[in-house]
Structure formats: structure tokens, C-alpha cells
Design a protein around this ligand. Structure first.
Ligand code: HEM
Length: 466
């Protein structure tokens, strides 16, 4: 009875959606836990239109106008508490902060070190070395056995570079061919965090049931923090002779404004590793996968990267039109984060697409649906890098919604880092692995997405062959 009264009196009742969304959020949670959330929400949009109720208090929108309203730099819509449930710990971090002022202050401390110019000045040679090593290992594996899994190599690459930047300790996975234990811990922990964010009683149960597996799933963050002591030591210069970290640059900035505690450095180092490792590997992998699906584009890319001068750098690569357009187009069709970024309607409510959403409603727009809207991207299911050439005028709507690194004031802090890694890795690949092809088992089905906030290939690999 209570459910019916709540359903009938809800101000969200007029919003189109399936009957169950008036009553329960289980279907949404089920698809979320199964890694199919983007598909579930997309199917609802195809059936019910551009604004759809996906659960009793949650609404998804799919128009550029609504997108702008929710996510613009000046928007008052705040990040949803989900980010804190997901992180599962109390130390505030930039990714999880919901308070606009608190976030702006933290962002200011970090912004400088992650600018493109700073990254180029301080880190470019090391990053390029790691990218080249990844491609060398791929080429060696192709020579030796005629086939290899590029997703695994690019995971090693992205984790080696996270290790170097965040902890001052290159994980050397590209050399050993082994996943570093902290990356393994993070992978397990992320599964638990995703489940825990949806079903908060499961981590609670895990606390009272003695099982080391459950412990790793739901308390793995403590091991990450322990390891992250290294980030603090290296950043504060206590281990001379070992690595500098990106936090060294940041602390200098922080001393002038809002000081960073050791806890905060530990936490951010862990968070940046979570945010930047698999996402970067996925982005590089799909960029190459998409090109290999189109041998004509592959050939043109191979010719284009041959025009790079000896000893080329990131700036040279950034000037290659097709390579950069290919990465952008792969970001549209296969981006590493295609789900929505949940936000909360601010005080006073908001009128969205003709419906009044009361304050506190959870709302968002997902890239997966917007990027496949033929009114925004003509022939949306076709892989057409040339749509990104400067001369082909992209519509204003497309410019609003295309944000593979997130929107507005919450745009990815690591965007320039990830872009640099992607450019350098993709360029090196097409220079060194000419004529590579997808292996027969690498199919559109095996490369379908599993979506747990970030997206990954369902088959967890991308095998290529000579
Ligand atoms: C290709 C790789 C990457 C992709 C696709 C990606 C994507 C995103 C997206 C979509 C968001 C916005 C999430 C939201 O608003 O809910 C975000 C935020 C963030 N990302 Fe990334 N990211 C990548 C790499 C990295 C790297 C390498 C780092 C390392 C520092 C990083 C750190 C962060 C942080 C700290 C935030 C939160 C920013 C804030 O709230 O101010 N990301 N990322």
C-alpha cells in the first residue's frame, strides 16, 4: 500500500517510463550489477523518448539542451552521493566531492600539474618511453607467436605510467609481463565497490562474515592506502634517489593555498590510479581495434605516422589529422566512460524537457545514447573519423554532448595525460605493427561492452595477429 501511495503521489509520475519504475529500482540495479546498465537505459530511451524515468527517483535525459542544463560549467546540479558510496571511504577526494566550493578549492590545487604544458615539460619523455615499450612488446609477441592480446599490454602500459606518476614507482609490468599486486587489488576492490554502491547491505554483511575473499572485495581500499604511503614518502621527498611523483609538483602548489594532508595524498594517489589506468588502456585498445576493423583507414594511418620526424614528440603527433580524428571517433563509439554521470537537481527543482523535476531527483544523460542519435551524429553507427576533421563542420549539438572525458567543472583531471598516452601509443603502434589484423575471435560480440561506470570489452581481451 505504501508503495502504491508513494507511486501515485510522486511528482515524477508524468515522466514516461515502464510501470515498474513507479514502484521499485530493482530492474535498474539488476542491469547495473550485470554490467548492462547503458543498454537498459538506452532501450528505455528508444521506447519512451528523450526523457525517461528509470527508477522511482531517477530520470535519464537524452537531448543536448538537457545535457547543457545539467552539466554546464555554471550548473548548480551537484554530483550524486553515489560517488561517495562507490568510493566507500570518508576522506574527501576530488572525484567524489559533492560540495561545489570544496571541489573547486581541491581542483585548483591539482589543475596546474595536469595541464598539457606541465605534463609535457615534466613527464613526456618517460610517458613516451613507456608507450614505446608497450608497442615493442606487442611487436615482439607478434614476431614470436603471430598473435597477442593488445588490451593486456596497454593495461600494463597504463598501470606502469600510473605507478610512475602517482607513486614514484614504475610497476615494471611491461618488463615482467605480470600485473602489479596493487593493480590486482584495485581490480578486485572495484568489483566490490560497484556492487556496494548499488546494494549497501552487501559490504555490511561482508564485515560480519569471516572470509578473506569478501574482505578483499570490500576492504581492498585499505591495502591500496597502505601501498600509497609510498606516494606520500616520494612526494614529500623522504626517499631521495627514488621516483618523483606528480604530487611533488602538486604539494608545492598546495603549500601556497590549501595544504594537502598525507591522508589526502594517499587517497588521491589511489583514486587517480583507479580513474586513469583501465580507462586509458580501454581507450587505446578500442582506437586500434576500430582502425583494424577498417583496413582502408588502417593503411592511411600507417602512411600518416610515417611522416613523423625521427625523435618525434607528442606535439608532432597531435598535428596528425587522421590519427587524432580516429581517436576521437573511437571515443564516440567505444569511449571508456559511456554511461551517465549522476547529478542531483538543486534547490527549487528544475524544468527539464517540459517536466518539473523536484529538488533531490537523480538525473543524468548517457553518452552511449547521445552518441548514437542520428539527429546529432549523422550515420551514428558508422565509424567515420573524417567527421572530426576541422573542415567538416560538427554541429553545435554534437559539440555540447561529446565529452568522453566528462563535462563542465567535473571534466576529467587526467584528460591531457590520458590523451597524451593514447596519442603516443596509437602512433607508435601504427609505425611498428604495420599490417596487423584482428584475430578471428576478436569480433564485435567479444568487443561488446561491459559497463560498470567505465566500459570494457566483454571478452576482456583484444587479440590481434600478423
Ligand atoms: C582515457 C582515459 C580516461 C577517461 C575516458 C576518463 C573519463 C573521465 C570522466 C568521464 C570523468 C567525469 C566523471 C563524472 O563527472 O562523473 C572523469 C573524472 C576524473 N578523472 Fe578521468 N578519465 C580518464 C583518465 C584519467 C586519468 C589518467 C586520471 C588521472 C589523474 C583521471 C582522473 C580523474 C579525476 C580525478 C576525475 C574527477 C575530476 C573532478 O571531479 O573534478 N582520469 N574522468
Amino acid at each position: 500500500v505504501a508503495l502504491c501511495i508513494r507511486a501515485l503521489s510522486s511528482p515524477l509520475r508524468p515522466i514516461p517510463g515502464p510501470w515498474h519504475t513507479h514502484f521499485v529500482n530493482w530492474p535498474l540495479k539488476w542491469y547495473t550489477i550485470c554490467g548492462k546498465r547503458i543498454y537498459f537505459i538506452d532501450a528505455l530511451h528508444q521506447k519512451y523518448g528523450k526523457i525517461v524515468r528509470i527508477a522511482p527517483g531517477e530520470v535519464s535525459v537524452a537531448t543536448p539542451g538537457a545535457y547543457k542544463q545539467i552539466y554546464s560549467v555554471t550548473s548548480k546540479f551537484t554530483k550524486h552521493e553515489w560517488y561517495q558510496w562507490f568510493s566507500g571511504h570518508d576522506v574527501p577526494a576530488m572525484f567524489t566531492m559533492t560540495n561545489i566550493k570544496e571541489h573547486a578549492a581541491r581542483r585548483k590545487v591539482f589543475a596546474r600539474a595536469f595541464r598539457k604544458s606541465q605534463l609535457r615539460a615534466n613527464w613526456e619523455p618517460q610517458i613516451q618511453k613507456i608507450a614505446n615499450l608497450a608497442v615493442l612488446r606487442i611487436a615482439e609477441a607478434l614476431d614470436e607467436s603471430g598473435r597477442t592480446d593488445i588490451f593486456e599490454w596497454f593495461r600494463f602500459m597504463a598501470s606502469d605510467s600510473s605507478g610512475m606518476l602517482m607513486f614514484g614507482d614504475n610497476f615494471h609490468s611491461l618488463e615482467t609481463g605480470e600485473t602489479h599486486h596493487i593493480i590486482k587489488t584495485i581490480s578486485v576492490y572495484l568489483i566490490g565497490a560497484g556492487v556496494g554502491a548499488e546494494l549497501s547491505w552487501i559490504p555490511f554483511l561482508a564485515k560480519i562474515i569471516p572470509s578473506s575473499r569478501l574482505h578483499d572485495l570490500f576492504n581492498g581500499w585499505n591495502s591500496v592506502l597502505q601501498y600509497a604511503n609510498l606516494a606520500v614518502e616520494n612526494s614529500r621527498g623522504q626517499r631521495y634517489g627514488t621516483g618523483k611523483t606528480i604530487f611533488g609538483d602538486i604539494i608545492e602548489q598546495a603549500e601556497k593555498s590549501d595544504k594537502l594532508s598525507d591522508d589526502e595524498i594517499r587517497n588521491e594517489a589511489g583514486n587517480f590510479t583507479v580513474a586513469g589506468t583501465d580507462t586509458t588502456a580501454t581507450t587505446i585498445t578500442y582506437s586500434i581495434y576500430a582502425a583494424l576493423l577498417h583496413p582502408d583507414i588502417q593503411k592511411q594511418l600507417e602512411a600518416e605516422v610515417d611522416t613523423l620526424p625521427d625523435g618525434y614528440n607528442d606535439d608532432d603527433v597531435e598535428k596528425l589529422p587522421l590519427l587524432n580524428a580516429t581517436i576521437k571517433e573511437a571515443g564516440r563509439l567505444y569511449g571508456a566512460v559511456q554511461g551517465w554521470y549522476p547529478r542531483v537537481v538543486p534547490e527549487g527543482g528544475a524544468m527539464i524537457e517540459g517536466f518539473l523535476l523536484p529538488q533531490g531527483t537523480t538525473v543524468g544523460a548517457q553518452g552511449y545514447t547521445l552518441y548514437r542519435d542520428p539527429d546529432i551524429f549523422p550515420n551514428p553507427n558508422e565509424f567515420v573519423p573524417s567527421r572530426w576533421f576541422p573542415e567538416s563542420s560538427m554541429s553545435a549539438e554534437a559539440k555540447i554532448v561529446y565529452n568522453p572525458f566528462g563535462p563542465g567543472s567535473r571534466v576529467c583531471l587526467g584528460k591531457h595525460l590520458a590523451e597524451m598516452e593514447t596519442r603516443l601509443a596509437v602512433a607508435a603502434f601504427f609505425r611498428k605493427c604495420k599490417g596487423a589484423a584482428l584475430a578471428p575471435e576478436t569480433t564485435p560480440e567479444s568487443m561488446e561492452f561491459l559497463n560498470f561506470f567505465a566500459t570494457f570489452p566483454k571478452g576482456d581481451k583484444c587479440i590481434i595477429q600478423t
